[in-house]
Design a protein around this ligand. Sequence first.
Ligand code: C2E
Ligand code: MG
Ligand code: MG
Length: 464
Amino acid sequence: MPDVEVEVDNTELEQEAARLAALLSTGILDTEPEASYDAITRLSVEYFQADAALLGFADQSRVWIKSHSGHPVRELPRENSLFNMVLAQDGPVVIPDLAKHPQHTRPFLIVKGMDLAFVASAPVRSHENRILGVLTIFGRNPRVGMDPNELRTLESLADMVAGQLELRRLRNAFTVHSARRLRTSSPALATPSGWPQPQNLRRALDQRQFVLYYQPEVELTTRKIVGLEALIRWAHPERGLILPMDFIPLAEESELIVPIGDWGLSEACGQIQKWCREDPHHKSLRVCVNLSARQFSRPGLADHVEALLLQYGISSRQLGLEMTESSLIPNMRIALEVLGSLRRLGVSLLMDDFGTGYSSLNHLHSFPFDVLKIDRSFVGRMTDGDQPLQIVRTIIELARVLGMDVVAEGIETCDQYRLLRQLGCRFGQGYLFARPMSAEAVTRLLRLPGRVLPDPELLESIVG
Ligand code: C2E
Ligand code: MG
Ligand code: MG
């Protein structure tokens, strides 16, 4: 028996170490309380008519408050906060009346400054789904509880925090990555064991280490989730989640991209089936899968896709395939044939990263695409001046003339969101709305009433 106990302890310790590593990679603990999060705690107070709201991140022993509304506090001992309960439950915690709660034996520290009765906390998760912190609302009076819609809204607000955190992590990672590159003057990928190499990719496939994350695509005027883009990650047992840019190019060179791509397609179809079983309304969602050049050079692709649709009992309207213009160029004749048969099947075809490759009007015209995705580099520069804005305007106009829908990628700010709507762009995706997340997290998001995400502009307007 003692052996078993030690084992359990170790797993917990490892989990906590991985959680702390994920927290440190965001750099959030090194900063003062942050104005950028104030909007979220203020909105939480207003929306829930609460007396206070706190957003905090937990290290080994303390919860560091990064934003507070209604009750100023900088930090809390971890055991006196709701964090441990959220972590243990791996989900939100609602206590209608603290006085009647069995765990009231250890009163929360914050009670000192405030007579608390009601508390509700939702987890802020890392991109690897580890709980880094909590968004909590407090009330002086007891409440009956929270209805499921309210709870989902609290969770979505916490997910918005997570989106901002993800941006911060990426910026940090970029700085570290560049520094490492400079120091070693060899590509960061050249490090030895376990790191992307053909044999490791093969093993990863056999050991089912790949996972699909999904990023919501919204209709910009309503913020209704209309689709999801499947984005592959490698859940490496030691290194955590590895992003596609660190292994897809290698997979493409080694032809392993074909079995990896096949896995991704059937995984996504299986997930579509699951979502539709959970709610038939989700049949209106389109899940899009990214394809590489090599996957096109196989004339059997359309048959393969058709077989998958049959196997999972889903309609072709529920599936989209994304590809870049440059992936079609090497073998235009076959590409045209394959796209033609996919089109006849009824799946949507999306041209990805538009504007970065050849962007030939001729290709746009001859390939049967339904949707054009504006590359995020253009969206990112939109507010930098007149010229980048004109480029986006022109792409949207071009799509309109060709009868294609437009999706803007990488929307990160309210200004970009506003401008895109003014320009008549119908759809978009980006961290401002939601980052790529696990199927499980997306399932929660899809339960929001009308599948409508919270309004990021509302957050901004409350800040004033
Ligand atoms: P993509 O298809 O253009 O995917 C969009 C990328 O933008 C994703 O990166 C997504 O996480 C990121 N993104 C989304 N919103 C924002 C935002 O607001 N700001 C910023 N800075 N980035 C945002 P990710 O997941 O790292 O994927 C990178 C690329 O890897 C994808 O670009 C796609 O070309 C490729 N890829 C991903 N999954 C697959 C796959 O299953 N098969 C193949 N062949 N390629 C894949
Ligand atoms: Mg894509
Ligand atoms: Mg793209």
